[in-house]
Design a protein around this ligand. Structure first.
Ligand SMILES: NC(=O)c1ccc[n+]([C@@H]2O[C@H](COP(=O)([O-])OP(=O)(O)OC[C@H]3O[C@@H](n4cnc5c(N)ncnc54)[C@H](O)[C@@H]3O)[C@@H](O)[C@H]2O)c1
Ligand SMILES: [Zn+2]
Length: 695
């Protein structure tokens, strides 16, 4: 039963027993990479109901009740922890936080005057034991007193080196998670191996960490938030570790070569007052959507070891730390419909239409469904309650159906038997279905894309005109555009002399576009604008690109072992088209780039020395409106300019940013650059810097 406030009330002992079982099952799945039947809000409500019932019936408390236990009592282990690994208590606003600080002050006999504020990373806790500087054992949190040995994962976790910079014996504690990038990669690899995609990064990290034997490894990332002595630690060193403030411990961890939040935009910060704590909490919460990894809150800790010791710990959580919870990024809603969309390359992708649900401030109505096999594997049906995950810029995705909420009225999802775009047959030989006409299915879409502003930039060739050309049979692929004749065009409806001549001139001008744009216009699978630029700059000519095998392709930044062969085979497939484009006079070189030296592969250093440019080695972010000599440049053109000048373009400001070009109306990125003390330039100053490259 639920009350108006959405809280459960457990009516009797049977309802209580059922709730305890449901919570244990959910927690078991949640911590081991399985699928929980509850979202976090529902789980927390259930546990609150269990706690309320127990308060009224103290003699009926079941031994496996989740209340007051680390991990809800649903996980255990056989490797004892030296010091318990606990959970955290929560607050939800500044008022609750202030109340909590007062209770800490009462307990320790004075106000806390030094706090450490840090992100609450959304992964799972792990203890990494180093003996004489070597990583020897990884242990999960388990029930808090003992965890599971997951040492098989050593070597797959970035930020957790095999060797420390000093031969110390210490235990590093922290969170293992997947960044958004690692998560996308893990799902790509997993589905290629016929597995079901993970629902969210935390689930992916939990499942991956525990998987002992798998045909592939996928990387994860570690962030430290604790450092403590082990039995083998020298007495002197152990004493030092026990007396250091939390902030100092984190600096030690970083010096030892372990990753900490200091490498991110939300590094731990030591402050003196509650006001400063709350300001930092706001700041971190405001950055949540932009972070490359998930956080589910902000942790505030009493910084000084003496305060921590005086406050002590309960059975479930320490009394000197608290978590500010942020809104959940997973919610349960209903699957109303499935749409089938044909992508640029002919891939027919299912998309879920959802009953709109508010997740962390945005309304989610659609979610990705990967492929038909995945729908079958997860036995999704229309009308099902489904768990939806959405964080930051990530495309919302569906986890498994919540089977216990089924009513029996759910309907099977119908798969298309012909291409919904052009009516041709469907190639179902791979997991991802594809229209038999491949990229031609989307001839109109792909030609419009190729003619677009950031590709060949052919003015006057919008979708309507493309449809006209295709329907008249004048154009069947990209190369045909360059064979259009004046007479042919004049014979079309609504094509006068002027528009014909303008269009032909625009097509002629497009032949001089840099290779990066030509490559992008080809719509090679797995390469968008910035990837096309990187490939073009790396290889300098189309001939070099086409000569590259998968190994050579992997030397381009951002192309991994999975993507490289796809690009190589796509290019081979496109060879006849590329030949015809070249024959038509389309430029196939990248201005300012030099081809990789053939011996580059022997020294393993990879990247050949590029000609020095004014932005060599710099990472540049552009924000706001460009003015002066840069006024006409689109964001894409600005990025091209930066890369031609030897720099790297990026869309988000971080510590690694070297320069922010801030034009009129620049907002949060400029503010962040100022915060981080990053060099700022006006559009005019920047234009001067790269004057040689502006024609
Ligand atoms: N959906 C479900 O079925 C289900 C089941 C069980 C638990 N849960 C959810 O999990 C939460 C409880 O999980 P929990 O007990 O792991 O507690 P928690 O995740 O709320 O907090 C404790 C954990 O935070 C992590 N952490 C991240 N950054 C940290 C930092 N900087 N310093 C210290 N610790 C940091 C550590 O792993 C630590 O163990 C609840 O919100 C609950 O909703 C959900
Ligand atoms: Zn089709």
């Amino acid at each position: 039963m639920t009350t108006t406030s959405g809280e459960f009330v457990l009516a009797d002992a049977a309802a209580y027993a059922q709730a305890v079982t449901d919570a244990s099952l959910a927690a078991g799945a949640y911590y081991t990479g399985g699928t929980s039947a509850l979202d976090d809000d529902a789980y927390d409500r259930l546990v609150r109901a269990v706690a309320a019932y127990e308060a009224d019936h103290p003699d009926e408390v079941l031994p496996h009740s989740p209340t007051g236990k680390v991990g809800g009592g649903a996980v255990e282990g056989d490797v004892p922890h030296t010091v318990p690994m606990l959970s955290l208590d929560n607050v939800f606003d500044g008022e609750q936080f202030t109340t909590w600080t007062a209770s800490v002050a009462r307990r320790i006999g004075h106000e806390v005057t030094r706090w450490n504020v840090q992100p609450k990373l959304d992964g799972l806790a792990i203890a990494a034991r180093y003996h004489e500087g070597r990583l020897t054992q990884l242990i999960t949190r388990g029930d808090g007193t003992a965890g599971e040995d997951v040492s098989h994962a050593i070597g797959t976790i970035e930020g957790l080196p095999d060797r420390l910079t000093e031969p110390h014996t210490v235990e590093v504690r922290g969170e293992v998670l997947m960044t958004i990038g690692q998560f996308e990669h893990a799902n790509e690899v997993r589905t290629e191996h016929g597995g079901a995609p993970f629902a969210n990064p935390r689930n992916a990290a939990a499942g991956t960490l525990r998987a002992k034997e798998r045909a592939y490894t996928v990387p994860m990332t570690f962030f430290a938030y604790g450092l403590l002595p082990l039995p083998g630690t020298s007495a002197e060193h152990a004493e030092a570790l026990r007396s250091l403030a939390h902030g100092e411990l984190m600096d030690r961890a970083a010096t030892l070569g372990v990753n900490t939040p200091a490498t991110t935009d939300v590094s731990g910060l030591t402050v003196d007052t509650v006001e400063e704590v709350l300001a930092r909490v706001e700041h971190i919460a405001g950055l949540r959507a932009e972070l490359p990894f998930g956080i589910d809150g902000i942790v505030v800790k009493a910084d000084l070891a003496a305060d921590q010791e005086a406050a002590g710990s309960g059975t479930r959580a320490p009394r000197w730390a608290i978590a500010f919870k942020l809104p959940a990024v997973e919610k349960i809603t209903r699957l109303l419909d499935v749409e089938w969309n044909v992508g640029r390359t002919g891939i027919i992708a299912p998309r879920a239409v959802l009953e709109p649900v508010d997740i962390d401030g945005s309304t989610v109505t659609y979610a990705t469904l990967h492929n038909p096999a995945d729908i079958t594997r997860r036995d999704l049906r229309l009308g099902d309650h489904v768990m939806v995950y959405k964080a930051g810029d990530i495309i919302p995705r569906i986890e498994a159906p919540v089977a216990h909420l089924r009513t029996g009225d759910e309907q099977p999802i119908a798969f298309p038997d012909m291409c919904p775009q052009c009516g041709s047959g469907i190639d179902t030989s791979e997991q991802r279905w594809r229209c038999e006409r491949g990229r031609n299915c989307h001839l109109v879409a792909s030609l419009s894309y190729a003619a677009g502003r950031d590709q060949l930039d052919i003015e006057g060739l919008g979708a309507t005109r493309v449809v006209q050309l295709v329907e008249a049979g004048l154009v069947a692929d990209l190369a045909d555009l360059f064979a259009l004749t004046r007479d042919g065009l004049l014979a079309l409806d609504r094509m006068g002399e002027t528009s014909t001549d303008n269009l032909l001139a625009a097509i002629e001008a497009a032949k001089a576009q840099p290779l990066s744009r030509v490559l992008c216009a080809l719509g090679v699978r797995g390469t968008g604008r910035s990837m096309s630029r990187r490939i073009a700059r790396h290889f300098a000519t189309m001939d070099h690109i086409r000569a590259a095998d998968a190994e050579a392709m992997q030397r381009v930044e951002g192309i991994g072992a999975e993507k490289a062969p796809v690009i190589v085979s796509e290019l081979a497939e496109l060879a006849p088209l590329i030949d015809r484009l070249a024959a038509a006079g389309v430029n196939m070189t990248e201005p300012g780039a030099t081809p990789p030296a053939p011996e580059a592969e022997t020294d393993g250093a990879g990247e050949p020395a590029a000609a020095a440019g004014p932005l060599d080695g710099m990472t540049v972010v552009v924000t706001g409106a460009m003015t002066g000599p840069l006024e006409k440049l689109s964001r894409n053109q600005m990025n091209e300019l930066i890369e031609r000048a030897g720099g790297k373009s990026s869309s988000s400001v971080s510590k690694r940013t070297s320069l922010v070009v801030a034009g009129e109306g620049a907002g949060s990125k400029r503010a962040k650059a100022e915060d981080l003390g990053i060099r700022l330039a006006t559009p005019d100053e920047f234009a001067e810097l790269v004057a040689d490259l502006l024609e």
